[in-house]
Design a protein. Structure first.
Length: 265
């Protein structure tokens, strides 16, 4: 049985850290369930645990190597007092910025979880991509708009750079909505929970050139590819496909083909 022995004073939230605490027990359980089989992962890292709404649900699964990363020193200390016994006497509760975290200390495979601070949620995904040799899954709460962008398919309004670079390495699934009233204080936007799982499909082109092409294309997403990537087109581009389409209509495979045609080796 998990026991909380102390509470922080009301009004202890920091808006600058994007803190909105999830108080809905049913949603807490749904996210914990979405984490799946804990035994599949050598390490679980929770980002921004706050007062442990998700933490205590995940602890019921008895994870072997569970780490908490909390930037707010007050909540990090609160967690050491209330949950330190479950985290190697507090040694696995880190008062650090997740975006600067050194992953060398963690055993792979890693699953990143959390009710992510909305002001850095996209950066958390890019951190997972950066550490993809070790990170095999990420499950958590995002602002719904961001969650939809991560999981978006080609041809939809949400599809863009975040979708492509996440899906280049991970399979993405949007799980469920979470309304504002499930939080304290309630955010002004809807939230959504997604899960992403590492895949190992290879990109059939140079990755640096692919990145350059995709980023350039989406600087003018409402224009056709002919205008978006004009600077990369060869002198004779009569046989180059997709030029009359908009960037959001192209799949990763389409961008890969274009990369090889625009940057022949």
């Amino acid at each position: 049985m998990l026991i909380i022995v102390a509470e922080m004073k009301a009004g202890a939230l920091k808006k600058s850290l994007g803190q909105h605490f999830l108080h809905d027990v049913e949603v807490q359980q749904k996210i914990a369930d979405a984490v799946g089989n804990i035994a599949e992962f050598a390490t679980i890292i929770e980002v921004g645990p706050g007062k442990g709404a998700l933490t205590f649900k995940v602890l019921e699964k008895q994870p072997k190597n569970y780490w908490l990363v909390e930037l707010d020193n007050r909540w990090a200390e609160w967690l050491r007092i209330n949950a330190g016994i479950y985290f190697n006497n507090g040694e696995r509760i880190l008062n650090e910025d997740f975006l600067n975290l050194d992953f060398k200390k963690f055993e792979a495979p890693i699953h990143i979880i959390g009710n992510f601070p909305y002001n850095i949620s996209s950066q958390i995904v890019f951190k997972a991509i950066e550490e993809r040799e070790k990170v095999t899954a990420l499950t958590g709460m995002f602002q719904k708009e961001v969650a939809l962008r991560i999981a978006a398919s080609p041809g939809t309004k949400d599809y863009g750079v975040l979708s492509i670079f996440t899906q280049l390495y991970f399979d993405c699934k949007y799980l469920f909505d979470v309304p504002p009233q499930c939080f304290t204080p309630p955010p002004k936007v809807m939230s959504g929970v997604i899960t992403i799982m590492r895949h190992h499909r290879k990109l059939n082109c140079d990755e640096a050139d692919f990145t350059k092409l995709v980023k350039q294309a989406f600087t003018m997403r409402r224009k056709t590819m002919r205008n978006c990537i004009r600077q990369f087109l060869p002198a004779d581009f009569s046989n180059i496909p997709f030029l009359d389409k908009r960037p959001e209509q192209l799949s990763i495979e389409d961008f890969s083909l274009l990369t090889n045609l625009c940057f022949p080796k």
